[in-house]
Design a protein around this ligand. Sequence first.
Ligand SMILES: C[S@@+](CC[C@H](N)C(=O)[O-])C[C@H]1O[C@@H](n2cnc3c(N)ncnc32)[C@H](O)[C@@H]1O
Length: 296
Amino acid sequence: MSGTVDEWKVARRRKGAARKSKLVQVSSGSTCCQEEKINIDKTVKRIREIVSEIRCEEVLKDWREQLSVVRSEVLLRPENKDSEEPTVLLETSRDVRSGQRLECVCYGLGTFSSSVSARYQLAMLLLLLESEQIPLKDCSVYDPAFSHGEKDVLRELGLTVLTENEEGKHLTTKPTLFYLMHCGKALYNNLLWKNWSKEHLPLITIIGNSFSGMMDRTIEREFKRDYGYITQAVSVCEERQLPCPSRLTDVFSDTAVITFPNSGLVRLPQSTWMVPPEPQYQHCPDLEIIQKDAQS
Ligand SMILES: C[S@@+](CC[C@H](N)C(=O)[O-])C[C@H]1O[C@@H](n2cnc3c(N)ncnc32)[C@H](O)[C@@H]1O
């Protein structure tokens, strides 16, 4: 489980001058580097073995319980009770009340053919899809570091592999679970920007790094300058820390389930909702995500 940091460094290096010797394991479908052939059946089997292992662990029970609490709280929100509400909110309310299934988007899983952490995160994702009754095909996955073989494995598991780098800018029109394990701050910030309205944010549930933890670990001035949407969201979102067993610290540390109840969003100044500017990150010397233009 120690591969995470190294692989992340390698994945980021691909933005600029790639070090070929290290890239063999993480080459993406859009670059021309050598690609390690992976045995699809064997990799699927390895993932399924971890699914069976985690299925028996307390951590799964705890995560499922927390998600179920979140779901029931969403149902109890005033905006999801019968009332005269704007059209989009009404749609949301009906969806939630009628128990409409969530969709799921997973970014930044990592190269699970070589990373133990990413394999465990993938197995946990499959188990959460099962408990939330999200059909596998309704879960879209994307990481620019996926190899062709890894994409085949994901398809074999039944998931939908996105072909485009959205940079996290995914507009949510239905209640959606975002699974972003140990991802770059810009992915979260872009996701918030794309959904920056009182209608769309309540549709989002994120399983990912705690926003307050991110803030604590970053110089305040830079965090506010570069990640304005996370900065604003941190005081109005609801974060529930998800437990992490010590033997899986590298895999599930600092993970929270984050939601955006309307009762919090109304506390933000009205001006914030007017034509929110797209994040640019021009002052960000070490952007932690791979952008579209860096791939071509
Ligand atoms: C720190 S690694 C985390 C990997 C894995 N989840 C883990 O915890 O070991 C961040 C991941 O985000 C991915 N990433 C970077 N830019 C991305 C983008 N635009 N969309 C989706 N994933 C991206 C990287 O390729 C990398 O696999």
